[in-house]
Design a protein around this ligand. Structure first.
Ligand code: AMP
Ligand code: MG
Length: 484
């Protein structure tokens, strides 16, 4: 009798091997009538796999939660975390499973299945995900990857006929997601507050040895490791602020120790520039408002620092957390300098132009993405540029100073610089909603067209100009609920 196993993905199981303190084996619960919607070839290539009928068939089975019985079971990770500032001692993967890691040229990559049914951490939930939240996460991951912002990846998604009850009956969906690691700040908080210092040290050693931070950290150098986490988090948040991304649920369980954007819920890309914008319907106090994101990231790092206080000297922890502000400021200024094409302009002039620009955008409440893209034409004609703004005089004044600062730069070169660093396409809520409504009616063409544009957001695609326009009035400032 042959013992050859059917082809599968080349999973290894380093995290699962750490044992039951860290995760529990779970059998995925099969869904009814799973239909593969899309495989993201870009992300497949990122894990060193080529698209093929065989790979597609394997992904489709996994998304249907059909797990071969001759393969090692996936695991649900055990973590806790601070939600809206309150410590929740028990969270964990309630509806997602770590299938294993894949060894790639870029290091280990986690493969995670979301919506696979209940786990020991489901806390009364159904372990499922609905179509709308799955599409939002799928497209958001593609958009962030296209924008060059560290993020978990969207590998493939499917919809199914299993009923999922939220405010009303909805259909289920599953998502295959990649990540450098799914280890969250909350993993360490759980071990700290459960008073498991040895297990905590073991997880920190694991993170360093597996090189999740893709940095040269000597074994046992926890101080350096934490400094790298601070630096990577500062860089990440600077990119969010520069592109106008609002995460919406910056709880410590949604913060990756690898500095990647993780867990897309009620996120939004800004429409009209409102620094105080709140995208999460449940965020009554504005804790996670757009302009609070850097402060909250530092708060989360302080929560992680507390959890690591048995490993790293207090003085070093405080110093590292305090360094967040200056690292963020520097990274943010660099991002904005590039966006505005001000690389050749003196430091002080740069800073004042950026500051005045943001004040102008907020004052005139104009579309954040379109305003930046309009800078491409800033050297052509006043009217064309200022026509974009309601209050032309203010815009004209700023434009005069901007032009003066740029000196005699070639207008074509300037246009190219601006277009290369300011996206034509972002995932506006109403676009995501369009893809969702079509998908719920069995039409995935909207989703796929949107995916094409978001994967290369800096290049305008003929025929898809509509995706590059502003949100219609009714759709601006949509507040999304956490329900998913
Ligand atoms: P999230 O808001 O998706 O980051 O989830 C917060 C916590 O709730 C995590 O521990 C999730 O695993 C859990 N969770 C969210 N939705 C469900 C669900 N439908 N079933 C079980 N657990 C869930
Ligand atoms: Mg989460």
């Amino acid at each position: 009798m042959s013992t050859t196993k059917a082809p599968f993905l080349p999973f290894i199981h380093h995290y699962a091997d750490l044992g039951e303190t860290y995760s529990l084996a779970v059998q995925p619960q099969q869904v009814e009538g799973s239909e593969l919607v899309d495989v993201n070839t870009l992300e497949l290539n990122n894990i060193d796999l080529e698209g093929s009928a065989e790979v597609t068939a394997i992904l489709a089975k996994i998304l249907a939660c059909e797990w071969p019985n001759d393969r090692r079971l996936p695991v649900a990770m055990n973590y806790s975390g601070h939600q809206f500032g309150q410590y929740n001692p028990q969270l964990g993967d309630g509806r997602g499973l770590l299938l294993g890691e894949i060894n790639t040229e870029r290091g280990l990559i986690d493969i995670h299945l979301k919506g696979a049914g209940v786990t020991p951490f489901s806390r009364g939930g159904d372990g499922r995900a609905v179509i709308r939240s799955t599409i939002r996460e799928y497209l958001a991951s593609i958009a962030m990857r296209g924008l060059g912002i560290p993020t978990t990846g969207a590998l493939a998604m499917a919809v199914n006929q299993t009923s999922v009850y939220r405010e009303t009956r909805e259909r289920g969906a599953t998502l295959l997601r990649t990540a450098t690691t799914h280890i969250r700040f909350g993993h360490f908080e759980g071990l700290y507050y459960r008073n498991q210092p040895n297990e905590l040290k073991c997880l920190a050693d694991y993170c360093i040895s597996q090189q999740f931070n893709r940095a040269d950290i000597p074994p046992g150098d926890y101080r350096k490791w934490f400094q790298v986490i601070v630096a990577q988090t500062a860089t990440l948040i600077a990119k969010w602020q520069a592109v106008g991304f609002c995460h919406g649920v910056m709880n410590t369980d949604n913060f990756s120790i690898a500095g990647e954007t993780l867990d897309y819920g009620p996120f939004a890309f800004l429409d009209d520039f409102d620094p105080q914008f709140i995208c999460n319907h449940s965020d009554h106090t504005g804790r996670y408002a757009f302009d609070q994101q850097p402060t909250i990231a530092r708060w989360n790092l302080a929560a992680l620092a507390q959890a690591l206080s048995g490993l790293i000297d207090d003085h070093d922890l405080i110093k590292a957390v305090r360094s967040f502000d200056s690292q963020f400021e520097l990274a943010y200024r660099n991002e904005m300098t590039i966006k505005l094409g001000l690389g050749a302009v003196s430091q002080s002039l740069r800073s004042s132009l950026i500051e005045e620009w943001l004040t102008l955008l907020a004052k005139l409440s104009v579309d954040y993405t379109l305003a930046h893209r309009a800078l491409a034409g800033a050297l052509d004609s006043d009217d064309q540029f200022s026509a974009f703004f309601h209050h032309q005089e203010l815009a004209k004044n700023w434009l005069g100073r901007y032009r003066e600062a740029l000196g005699d730069i070639d207008p074509e070169q300037h246009r190219e610089t601006i277009n290369r660093h300011n996206p034509a396409y972002i995932l506006r809520n109403y676009l995501a909603q369009g893809a969702i409504t079509a998908a719920e009616n069995g039409d995935f063409s909207f989703l796929k067209a949107l995916k094409t544009c978001l994967a290369n957001p800096y290049d305008s695609v003929v025929g898809y100009e509509g995706f590059a326009g502003p949100s219609p009035g009714w759709a601006k400032s949509i507040c999304i609920s956490c329900s998913s």
